[in-house]
Write a protein that binds this ligand. Structure first.
Ligand SMILES: [Zn+2]
Length: 333
């Protein structure tokens, strides 16, 4: 369902782009004409899907499916997700690609510890950094668009597959802009990297901030059963019926012993509703919120110590920093 022209789906552009990034050009390790019996080799999904996620964001915005403000809100949200992800300290991004067929389910608890299919949206943020590196180093003469044309455009052909390796990607990038691309991807994708991937945003002239304005409804709301997003504040998300969907490790909710699949019966003595929960998070009395929850057959009281109020992620311009992001998302004439 397309909600409106303003709030469209990057997903549509993403899927169309797979004709080039995924079908025509495909990781060699994934492409085998001879034998489909062995395991799938998926380490290069940070290109197949991560780069394609970035392309989807660009195409959908450049084509007017969604406006730049919607896209910035979307990017802020995924950047915030990666900024609240303890699993980054133990799991390299490439591992989320390698084991993608195990972690594909999105409704398994302790997501932030386990990590999810982060090669999609973290991949997109890393490709944003690659885009800004090319723009910076060529004084705006070139961008990732040049790489996309050379790597995926090539020449018209029948329906064929042209496989590639990581070395091919790095060599093609180097042909557009001289840089240590191998070291770049090694640090961001192949090694454990606890730092949130926000350097591309900052290089593009924007930084991640939090305020009390709720985010746009994400395009995947129809399939995700969450009605309260408190991941960036108290540290949990809640389903419509009051059941805790997930808890982020290390947050106030986690420290208070709350966990996935507990059902909130009352907040500060008031029967559970999204409004009551939001009010309690927005204005905690004496820095604490008291939850009455059902945990299997027990009814328990958990006190969360929290004073931060409601927090939602957004992007804010960095004064005097070149605004690459607006240029990247602008329609092409
Ligand atoms: Zn895809």
């Amino acid at each position: 369902m397309l909600h409106s022209q303003k709030f469209g789906w990057p997903l549509l552009a993403h899927e169309q782009s797979h004709s080039w990034d995924g079908k025509y050009r495909r990781p060699a390790e994934l492409y085998s004409k001879a034998n489909y019996q062995g395991p799938e080799r998926t380490t290069l999904l940070w290109v197949y899907e991560g780069l394609n996620e970035y392309i989807g964001m660009l195409l959908a915005t450049r084509a007017g499916f969604n406006d730049p403000a919607y896209m910035r809100d979307y990017i802020a949200r995924v950047a915030a997700d990666f900024s609240h992800e303890p699993g980054r300290s133990s799991t390299a991004l490439v591992d989320t690609a390698t084991e993608n067929w195990v972690i594909r389910a999105f409704d398994v608890p302790w997501f932030s510890t386990r990590r999810g299919q982060d090669y999609y949206d973290e991949g997109a943020l890393i490709w944003l950094r690659a885009d800004t590196i090319i723009r910076e180093r060529t004084q705006g003469q070139r961008s990732l668009d040049n790489f996309l044309r050379s790597f995926f455009g090539q020449h018209d052909s029948d329906a064929i597959v042209v496989p590639y390796t990581r070395e091919d990607v790095e060599a093609s990038l180097s042909a557009i802009c001289s840089f240590d691309w191998h070291g770049f991807f090694e640090e961001k994708i192949y090694q454990v990297n606890p730092k949130p991937p926000t350097d591309g945003l900052e290089a593009a002239g924007w930084r991640l901030v939090y305020d009390t304005t709720p985010n746009n409804e994400p395009f995947y709301t129809d399939v995700l059963p969450i009605t309260y997003f408190g991941d960036y504040s108290i540290g949990f998300s809640v389903k419509k019926d009051g059941t805790i969907f997930d808890v982020v490790s290390g947050t106030p909710a986690y420290e208070a012993g709350l966990g996935p699949n507990m059902t909130i019966l009352a907040v500060n003595g008031h029967a559970y509703s999204v409004e009551a929960l939001n009010e309690a998070v927005a204005h905690p009395e004496d820095g604490k919120i008291v939850f009455t929850v059902r945990n299997f057959n027990s009814v328990e009281i958990h006190q969360v110590n929290y004073t931060g109020g409601v927090r939602f992620p957004h992007l804010e311009r960095i004064p005097d920093r070149h605004d690459y992001l607006s240029e990247i998302l602008a329609p092409r004439i």
